[in-house]
Design a protein around this ligand. Structure first.
Ligand SMILES: Cc1cc2nc3c(=O)[nH]c(=O)nc-3n(C[C@H](O)[C@H](O)[C@H](O)COP(=O)(O)O)c2cc1C
Length: 390
């Protein structure tokens, strides 16, 4: 009898992903930078927070719905954009379908492996994510293409410093899976028969390209590494540039990567709809504190002038409830759904969203609340030295 594909926690999905994926692909998802302090803190910080649970006057029905960037969602968890290749042949289309089936938003990276048109077809509530990369007319071309495809909002991710090197070593991923590269990759891929078979069935090996960065003039899209090179060599944006980008888009606009009160206020000045308090999943400058530590100070400073979400380290529904009680409208998840995708494709991502929903519902029940909007800071024990504010 084959093993039950369902898993009960994100930790179990991660274990299965580790078994299934070739070592370098798994390591690319772990990512992190330098010493991995932010990577670890993103998760550890949630363990320092406790629930102040109640035992009676519980609500028989709990309302877990909310909205982000004007889009109604059935739970306060949305898909954070991840530029990952080679996890699963259906890639971001499977993730988008899963998110649609569970009533939530798909965030699509411009470094993703599937075209925005296919992803919007799978989930009408898609947000397209860009970095500040390339010439302005190419940037306009990319966002116009996403708009034409039906993307409902733009995410501009600005927290990246090209810090390289990890004390535990970086994975070697070939630029293209040519025959030679495949032979080098074989020692990693061959023991991973189910992963290999999932691609073999489609008669395609991962091409490691970024179709959403196809040039305006036409031709082939760049490889992932070509795209990274363009990004590295683009002069970093000023606040005027960011405002220009927002104006070019003209619709709901999220600034992702905020960690300081002054940046949050500048985001309001340039007219952002939403900010994400984030340290890029611990992949940017190491030792940036966990977003959940930076959240309360930022929420206090911005009030209701801008919508605040958070991403980083969310692995269970209880984490989501802690973030919402401390002021986030919703959270974005990254690795959690990637483990689900690797473990069991679209169903695995649905499984992760179901785990989140179950955990959120339990915490809201235990706290004696009937809706997300009723959650308060008082519902959470926050140690004195927990928060970080600048
Ligand atoms: C493998 C990987 C690739 C990522 N690629 C992108 C990306 O292309 N664009 C982006 O805005 N964020 C990217 N991120 C960051 C995520 O959107 C998100 O901020 C982060 O994963 C949240 O932390 P978590 O993984 O602990 O949930 C990536 C993260 C990972 C792990």
């Amino acid at each position: 009898m084959s093993r039950n594909a369902w898993f009960e926690t994100v930790a179990e999905a991660q274990r299965r992903a580790k078994k299934r994926l070739p070592g370098p692909v798994y390591a690319a998802l772990i990512a992190g930078s330098e010493k991995g302090v932010s990577l670890d803190d993103n998760i550890a910080a949630y363990s320092e927070l406790g629930f102040a649970a109640r035992i009676a006057d519980h609500h028989a029905v709990r309302d877990l719905s909310t909205s982000v960037m004007g889009i109604d969602i059935s739970l306060p968890v949305i898909i954070s954009p991840t530029g990952v290749q080679a996890v699963h042949p259906e890639g971001e289309v499977a993730v988008a379908r899963a998110a649609a089936n569970r009533g939530t938003i798909m965030g699509l990276s411009s470094f993703a492996s599937k075209p925005v048109e296919d992803v919007v077809a799978a989930n009408a509530n898609t947000l397209f994510q860009v970095y500040w990369s390339g010439e302005r007319d190419e940037m306009i071309h990319r966002i116009e293409r996403a708009k034409a495809a039906g993307a409902k909002g733009l995410i501009a991710t600005l927290d990246w410093s090209f810090s390289n090197g990890r004390d535990w070593g970086s994975p070697q991923i070939p630029e293209r899976l040519t025959l030679g590269a495949a032979m080098n990759f074989a020692p990693h891929a061959l023991p991973r028969i189910p992963w290999l078979w999932s691609f073999a069935k489609t008669f395609k090996i991962p091409d490691l390209k970024a179709p959403n960065l196809k040039p305006r003039a036409g031709g082939e899209p760049p490889t992932f590494f070509g795209a990274y090179g363009e990004w590295m060599s683009t002069p970093p944006p000023t606040w005027d540039d960011v405002q220009w980008l927002r104006e070019q888009w003209g619709g709901p606009f999220m600034l992702k990567g905020i960690g300081r009160v002054d940046d949050a206020k500048r985001a309001i000045d340039i007219g952002a709809t939403t900010i994400s308090v984030s340290n890029h999943g611990g992949n940017n400058l190491d030792t940036i504190p966990a977003p959940i530590r930076m959240l309360p100070g930022i929420v206090d400073a911005v009030g209701d002038q801008v919508e605040v979400v958070l991403d980083g380290g969310v692995r269970r529904g209880g984490d989501v409830v802690k973030a919402v009680a401390l002021g986030a409208k919703a959270v974005m998840i990254g690795r959690a759904y990637l483990w689900g995708l690797a473990a069991n494709g679209q169903a695995g991502v649905e499984n992760v969203l179901d785990i989140m929903r179950g955990g959120i519902d339990s915490a809201v029940l235990g706290l004696g609340r009937g809706a997300l909007s009723e959650l308060e800071r008082d519902d959470i024990y926050v140690p004195d030295d927990f928060e970080r504010e600048r």
